[in-house]
Design a protein around this ligand. Structure first.
Ligand code: CP
Length: 319
């Protein structure tokens, strides 16, 4: 694995899940793999789980992990080629990234979308510029359109909670209300990974006007009828996203879309997933989050093993 920015970088998803679960069973089994190597973790945006789990994963592999909050502490970066830098940006990625490539062996980067310009966001300019100029492997810690470490974690958590040898689980990605415009990254990425994995009956439900980019959703059943979608579901993945077609807007904040125990009763005693952070009683109810069906803590704890499996593959490719 050279870089890790989407499901396309993981041709054998079940094999990667197995590697992650092997690390869960024996976290230090590959301690020598990263000895003497250094990972840079660049955050242009906030994070708790991604930052800490990736640091732990790197350390479990014997690497040193250094976090740099670029968005808070660094020079404002310019990403456009041939920019005349007379505005607020101070340093071009063309100058900064090669230096990071000398300091580190692997680079992790978080860059959220602006939600102002769909073409710019969906071009993934920021992470692609780092890939182009850093000269070392790049791991996405969530980019403008995708969150692959989260999605690998999600597949791991599903496989831990369901015997896929008996039958395919029914997995429902259900839109939830929110007070802010959020990126489509988690929903895009989850759809991309579940479709690429191919191990589930996959249904996406959302209000009208919340269609996602079909490059990620193609293959899923898509419906605006949440009640129907939830019937006999084995997993419900709850997530808000802003509109994709008329980009970055909130058209619906209907609390009826929030998952409750009454809605959950339609399912096959479904496990409930969310990537976190979550706004309680807006996006997801207390009764669900504090109830027996929630696997959100297990899911977040699996972030370590997903990151470790990916990092190990990148290190093997490098050496
Ligand atoms: N799910 C997730 O990426 O969490 P953080 O934003 O806290 O890293």
């Amino acid at each position: 694995m050279k870089n890790f920015i989407s499901a396309a970088d993981a041709p054998d998803i079940e094999g990667l899940v197995k590697k992650a679960l092997d690390f869960k069973n024996d976290p230090f089994k590959a301690k020598a793999l990263g000895a003497g190597k250094r990972m840079g973790l660049l955050f242009l945006n906030p994070s708790m789980r991604t930052r800490l789990s990736t640091q732990i994963a790197a350390q479990n592999l014997g690497m040193e992990a250094i976090v740099f909050n670029v968005g808070q502490d660094g020079w404002a970066l310019e990403f456009e080629d041939e920019a005349i830098m007379s505005g607020n940006t101070v340093e071009h990625v063309k100058d900064a990234a090669p230096i990071l490539g000398k300091y580190f062996d692997v680079l992790g980067i978080r860059t959220f979308p602006s939600l102002q310009n769909k073409t710019d966001d969906y071009s993934e300019l920021y992470i692609n510029q780092f890939i182009k100029y850093a000269g070392i492997p790049v791991i996405s810690l969530e980019s403008a359109t995708l969150h692959p470490l989260q999605s690998l974690t999600d597949v791991i958590t599903i496989m831990e909670n369901f015997d896929t040898k008996v039958r395919k689980p029914k997995i429902v990605l259900s839109w939830a209300p929110h007070v802010k415009s959020l990126p489509q990254c988690v929903a895009n990425s989850f759809s991309q990974w579940i479709n690429a994995w191919g191990g589930a009956d996959f249904v996406i439900t959302h209000p009208e006007d919340y269609e996602l980019d079909e490059r990620f959703t193609k293959g899923a059943t898509i419906t605006t009828n949440q009640s129907e979608a939830l019937e006999q579901a084995d997993f419900v993945y709850v997530k808000n996203w802003s509109t994709y077609v008329d980009y970055g807007r909130i058209y619906c904040n209907d609390p009826q879309w929030m998952l409750t125990n009454q809605k959950l009763s339609r399912t096959n005693n479904a496990k409930v997933m969310h990537c976190l952070p979550v706004r309680r009683n807006v996006e997801l109810s207390d009764e669900i989050l504090d109830g027996p069906n929630s696997v959100v803590t297990q899911q977040a704890s699996n972030r370590v093993w997903a990151a470790q499996a990916v990092l190990a593959e990148v290190l093997k490719h490098k050496s």
